[in-house]
Design a protein around this ligand. Sequence first.
Ligand code: SF4
Length: 255
Amino acid sequence: MELTQKQREAGQRDEAVSALAVAAELESRYGRLEPEEIIQVALDRFGLDGLAAVSSFGADSAALLHIVATVDPSVPVLFLDTGHHFGETLQYRDALAADLGLSNLQIVQPDETRLAAEDPTGLLHKTSTDACCDVRKVEPMARGVAPFKAWLTGRKRHQASTRNAIPVFEAVGSRVRINPLASWTTSDQAAYMRAHALRENPLVAYGYLSIGCFPCTQPVAPGEDPRSGRWAGQAKTECGIHLSGLDASLTSSTL
Ligand code: SF4
């Protein structure tokens, strides 16, 4: 029997309420653990089929991925290939994955039909960065995480005003997003990279301290906010994969 639209929406509401309860329970019990312990808790709770890590293989990515690999290198790692990444980032992705023994790297690409219809020339970012991020990041992200119950990110509270209150465990639609490094400072990040001699994205040496797509990323001067090099000159500060756009995508199309 096929479900009606109303029944589907009611089911999605129930799942979202359940995800909120699960995230709140995990936050109260485990939100203060060390990152490695948090990832182990997540793996125990959601299983290898239910947990993924999402990484941009940017300036800070190696620390989270190293901890993930320490816990279990077969955790799926999703990389959103927007088609506009720096070549250095793509090479770094493959080199770092090999360094860490990540055995389940999954490349998620934009929907070809949508791309052909909405950004046939690849220049949509010049007229609407929101529309470009939607087709190249937000929809692929929603599709990428759809098979999983939870995913790990490397987001940290110090990175932006939009992140300064993020919990470790939070509900996004009917799923749980986990930020094991939420409390880390820039010093924590640098110390971890040094302690484990982790490979760095080569663009960092040129002042790219927050790295996304090449049309929307600039280097920053010493002492400047690292994220000021993203969508410089625009009000936009996030691509949408961490915001309510993803929430909407997860509840409208991919469940
Ligand atoms: Fe497009 Fe720029 Fe967003 Fe990349 S960051 S998807 S190029 S608007």
